[in-house]
Design a protein around this ligand. Sequence first.
Ligand SMILES: *Cc1c(COP(=O)(O)O)cnc(C)c1O
Length: 397
Amino acid sequence: MTFQKTNLDHKNPSIINHNQENHNKINLNRENLGLINLNPLQRGGIIPLETRAILNQWLDGYSVCDFCRGCLDKIQRPPIETFVHKTLPKFLGCDEVRITNGAREGKFMIMHTICEKGDWILIDVNAHYSTFVAAERAGLNIEKTPKTSAPEHKINETDFASKIKEMETAGRKPKLALLTYPDGNYGNLPDAKKVAEICRNAEVPLIINGAYAVGRMPINLKEIGADFIVGSGHKSMAASGPIGVVGATKKWAEQVFAKSKNYPLKGVEELGCTSRGHSIISLMASFPYVIKRVANWDKEVENARYFSDEITKIRGIKAIGEQPHNHDLMAFETLVFYEISTTHKRRGFFLYDELKARGITGIKPGLTKNFKLSTFGLTRKEIDKIIGAFKEIAKIK
Ligand SMILES: *Cc1c(COP(=O)(O)O)cnc(C)c1O
């Protein structure tokens, strides 16, 4: 059978010109492309060249479905099956792994499977908003472990034990616990093994939310001793996304990854299929690169500490979160910039503008009093450039 050329033929130059015209009306150019980006949300999702080179082949919708026989994680061409059933379980220290559209989807599927509406769960107070939203969607009640006051904002691992007891006494023993590792506000890394041991002893299954860990630093579910782990491809695994991973131990895998009664190839919590296009290709293509950078984690922490040490030499800048810091996500209180903003004609936006003029972006426009940033994947030369920029900007009258 031959197909007629249609309007959808991407090789037809008149169509390309037509699209070009439309694109000129809606400006889709990325404004800050090419600048050094300090946004913690984005640093671990930057796609390496080798992934960019392959992605062009997979941008069409449902592109990975050419040889699919009904189940995403069983596709052999491209080799998704090996990746999901061999490579990722080994990488994450899980018995079973599935692909999701993000860390939040992983959390929701676990909550939705393990808990019933009205159940209680226990999470650390530094948890991401998506943990709260996932729990809300699953109809769950939330209890939180407390944290220390500013500037450290640390959670105390043993609070998991006392909270579980307290909840049990009140007749609302948690069906599930979740530890944010690290949290996305301060980059604090609690002792996950300790929390896992507490939860094991209390027979409360534990999710490790590794959105900022998986793909950045070494992390292994078996070593931690928890029940579930979720990761974010677009946040920390150099993937275009949206994509995530969810891993479980044998004990839970069958339940959480159960198949539909009506469609025996389709996972219910996956709504039958998750990442059906270029996003899984980006995750797979970047994986060798991710393995290498995870092995380089000590260097990343060293770079982050170097940056923090240098930047806090500026009068009016203080590090927030645990010290010495153990993650590339760092928060700072920056009264010096706030003071400048009170008299500057651009007010709070001066900092964004001044950084941009120096080839740096990623601090939210308008913020001056405190902000978070990440040095992940930056060279020392780039880090020195950023330190230099902050030092210069701090001198603005
Ligand atoms: C970013 C983030 C998430 C959400 O990740 P998605 O993959 O976008 O769902 C969840 N938890 C934490 C701690 C995060 O920082």
